[in-house]
Each structure stands twice: as C-alpha cells, then as structure tokens.
Design a binder for this molecule. Structure first.
Ligand code: AHR
Length: 500
C-alpha cells in the first residue's frame, strides 16, 4: 500500500481547538478528577490536581468546555461564587443525585484554564435560566469597567476581567436543555444571544448556537432558517459564530450499550462503522449550513463526541465512568483524522469528557491517575494542531470488517507545520491485517523520520494496577527512501510518522 502526499497542496488549516476537551459537573470529572481543593493530600495548585493539569498540558489542551452538558442548563452561576463556606449545597439531580457543594465555580474554572494555558469555553443556561442571569454572568466574567457585576467580581477577589473565548447559548435544548422544538429554541437563541455582550471589542466572544443531536438534520435546517431569517442583517450571520453538533458512538443492544472492555470482533467492527458516521454528519449538517452561510463564517463545533459504553460494574450509573481500550483509541484516531480532513468545516471538537467520564483521556482513583489509550492518541496527534492539512491519497487500500460492518482498513490524515515538518497519522482498523506501507512525498527529500505507535489487543486497557500496559512507543524498524519511508502498520494500531 502507498500513501502519496502532496506536501505543496495545502487544503486548509487545522485549528488547535479540534483537539479540545469537555469537563462537566458529572460524576468524578470536576470533583476528584480535576479539583480536589487546596486542603487535599493529593498534590494540587490552588485545588487543581497537579498530575491531571500536567497530563492535559502534555497533550497541548487548546480549549476546555464547562460546566456542561446537561448540567449547564441547571447551573446558576451565582451559586458558585463568593466565600466557599457560604456557597449553596444542593443535589446534582441530573447526574447521580449526589451533593454539589459549588466549591468549583467561575473563579476556579478560569484558574484551571490559566494553569492549563488553554482557551475558555463557558456554556450558559437557557433551559432553566433567564436572559438576565446569562447576561449578568457574561458581564461578571468579561467586563472591566464600572458595573454591578464587575464590582461583584472584584469583591470576590478577581480584579481583571477574564477572557471568555467561547460561549455556548444552552446545551442540547432538544432534550435535557428544556425539551424544546427547533423553532422554539431558535427564537430563544436569538433573544438570549443578544445579551451576550462583547465588552472587550478586541476580544469578542465567539457565540455558539445549540445544535442537533447526531443525525437530526431537521433541527439544523429549522434553526438555520429561523436564525438567518429577516430582520437578521446579513452581517449578523445568523447571530452565531459557531453551531454545535453532538455525536456519541455506542453499540446499543436494548437498554445496554455494551461493556467497555468485554466485546468481540463483531462489536469492534460495528463500533468502527458507527464511528464513521461522523463523516456523514459533518457532510450533511455542513451542506445545510452552506445553504444559509455559503461563505462558511459559522463554524461547526462538535463539542461532544466519543464512545459511550456501559458504566463499569458496581459504579454509580449516573457517573458514566467507563474504561478505555484500544477500541476507544482507534475510534479517537480515526475520528481525529476525519476532523483534520474536514477542517474546512469543523472548527472545534471536544471529546467527552476529560477525566473519569465517558471516553476520558485520564482516569483517577484517589491519588492515582492513569493515562488512557485515548490520551496517547491525543499526544501522538498534537503536531496537527495549528498545521495545514495537506493532500494525501492511499493507493491499494482495502476494506476490513465482518458481515455488514465494512469499513476502510486504514484511515489517515496528513499535515505540514510552520517548519515544513510533515505529520501523518494512521489508524489501522483491521483486527488481523498488518499493512506494509510506503509513504511517498511529492518533492521533499526526507532528512529524518520519527515514528511512534500505540498498539495492543483490541480490549487491552490501562488499569491502576498496570498503568502502562498500553503506551506510545518509538518505532525504529523502517526504511528511509529517497522520497519517503517504508514501514509496517500493524493491525489494531495508531501510528504517527513525522518526516523532517
Ligand atoms: O457528556 C454527557 C452528556 O451527554 C452531556 O451532559 C449531554 O450534553 C450529553 O447528552
């Protein structure tokens, strides 16, 4: 098999935000997973776990979404500011019925973003909040002048306004965010977003409209129609900068999604096939968006994606805690390749969720932390961030699969960074076919090559007892050719090839 790369043919820019993450007040994501409080014995800086912050920095986390998810439409931001001892204690009704003590709130979120060195994505409450509440939250966070909310923020210890990079106006408003119809949400969106003011003209807030669940194209059409409808001035481009789409991969059988770790080859290929659904979603939602926004000023934000399996036996069903195997890693690899290849449309993507929830990059158990196979994929793909997508073509590629679940055997994407270094990432979806691959560049004469790989049995995972069962390994078996490199891509693996 050959991978032809035309490094001179740039096809778009891969925004770092495609490698974004999501953190919700759900299970052990925020509490324990990220925030342990200043008095914890777990090493922390201002309450944030040192190990977790460091591991997220290692994968160059570009943006973090918070506080939900479904939690966002139940969250009242005033509960999470001021002295901690007087913050409201309440029940997190949506997720597990546990006590939410609000010790992690707005100030803590921006402190976390500071430590991570990433952009902030705050999700507002449309479902159970008011326009005034949302508008005052934006004022509290981002206004530097004289105003009641800016004064309140200063009273709570934060003098300067923070930078709110992205703001979501509601979440899943077709479901947990208020069970609205598309037309109803669109009206609410138009109204609520009006009061998401840009206090700092030099750093306008990027406004995100709540989008569809998976393949609900009718939602997209109706919301676009309503938001772009007159009297919206042309330059308002539907009153939005971004439009969100959510898609989870699960192999439902009745009420069950299936175990995260115990599955057979059929389920493997079914999962891969479902993961490929992402390509169709981007194309079809994108085609509808194009009708209203042909210049593509509105970005598609896939701000929730990943594998959704059954929870680990014996854990709170409302906590969505699942293990993470090679299957999750290959899904992450192929999905990120899809996002790279569709960087003309996809402007941001946030895997759900950062720690201890769904397809996490990190899992914790008290003071212990493991990097999941998915973490390694993000680490291997980090070089794509802020690089240009370049043309690539696989010749001799074959399908793989079982029964009706046929998928491409290898999925790749290739980029060139500002120094001209080429990064090719390849996922081998086959469970039994190693591929002999020759990479052929158009003009570049390679000086050096670095190859790393993640591979293992389909249901292997990193446990707290064996935290490095799976990890990225440097590969030295390859042959440098005049215009590229020859190497083997083993079955069930993710590979990164860097060519300087
Ligand atoms: O990520 C878990 C949940 O999935 C989110 O809260 C919600 O937006 C989605 O349905």
């Amino acid at each position: 098999m050959k991978l032809y790369i035309n490094e001179n043919h740039r096809q778009g820019h891969i925004r770092p935000e495609i490698y974004g993450h999501f953190s919700e007040h759900l299970g052990r994501c925020i509490y324990e997973g990220i925030f342990v409080g200043e008095d914890s014995e777990i090493p922390n800086v201002n309450g944030m776990r040192r190990d977790v912050v460091e591991a997220l920095r290692e994968i160059w986390i570009p943006v973090l979404r918070w506080p939900g998810g479904c939690f966002a439409d139940e969250y009242h931001w005033r509960d999470g500011i001021g002295p901690k001892e007087s913050r409201k204690r309440m029940i997190n009704t949506h997720w597990g019925g546990v006590v939410e003590d609000n010790s992690f709130g707005t100030h803590e979120f921006f402190e976390l973003c500071r430590q991570l060195g990433c952009k902030s994505y705050v999700n507002g409450n449309v479902g159970s909040g008011t326009v005034q509440e949302m508008s005052e939250w934006v004022e509290y966070m981002s206004f530097d002048g004289v105003s009641p909310m800016a004064e309140l923020r200063r009273k709570n210890g934060q003098d300067a306004a923070w930078c709110v990079d992205y703001f979501g106006v509601g979440n899943e408003n077709w479901g947990c965010g208020g069970n609205m119809t598309a037309a109803q949400y669109a009206q609410e969106y138009r109204r609520y977003q009006t009061y998401v003011r840009n206090y700092d003209r030099n750093a306008p807030i990027f406004k995100i409209c709540g989008g569809a669940n998976a393949d609900d194209y009718e939602w997209t059409r109706t919301v676009m129609e309503e938001c772009f409808r007159s009297p919206a001035p042309e330059e308002a481009h539907g009153y939005m900068d971004g439009y969100s789409v959510h898609y989870y991969v699960g192999v439902e059988k009745g009420e069950h999604k299936g175990s995260a770790t115990e599955f057979d080859e059929n389920v493997w290929y079914e999962t891969m096939k479902r993961a490929f659904g992402m390509e169709e979603l981007i194309s079809r939602h994108g085609a509808i968006m194009d009708q209203y926004d042909p210049e593509r000023r509105v970005g598609m934000m896939v701000d929730e994606w990943g594998c959704w399996h059954d929870v680990e036996p014996g854990t709170n069903p409302g906590f969505l805690y699942q293990q993470n195997t090679m299957r999750d890693a290959v899904v992450a690899g192929l999905t990120l390749n899809i996002f790279n290849r569709r960087c003309d449309r996809v402007r941001m993507a946030c895997i759900a969720q950062a720690v201890n929830v769904l397809q996490s990059v990190l899992l914790t158990d008290g003071p212990r932390m493991v990097k999941t196979p998915t973490w390694y994929v993000f680490h291997m793909y980090r070089f794509h961030q802020d690089a240009d997508l370049v043309y690539s073509w696989l010749s001799g590629a074959e399908e793989t699969g079982l029964g009706e679940n046929r998928v491409p055997g290898i999925v790749e994407s290739v980029s060139a960074d500002a120094q001209g270094i080429i990064t090719a990432t390849l996922s081998n979806l086959s469970l039994d076919r190693d591929e002999e691959l020759e990479i052929v560049l158009t003009e570049k004469r390679p000086q050096s090559v670095q190859i790393t790989r993640l591979s293992g049995a389909m249901n292997a995972y990193n446990s707290f007892e064996e935290p490095e069962k799976l990890k990225e390994e440097e590969i030295r078996e390859y042959e440098l050719t005049e215009r590229g490199v020859r190497l083997t891509i083993p079955a069930c693996s993710v590979t990164t090839v860097r060519i300087a």
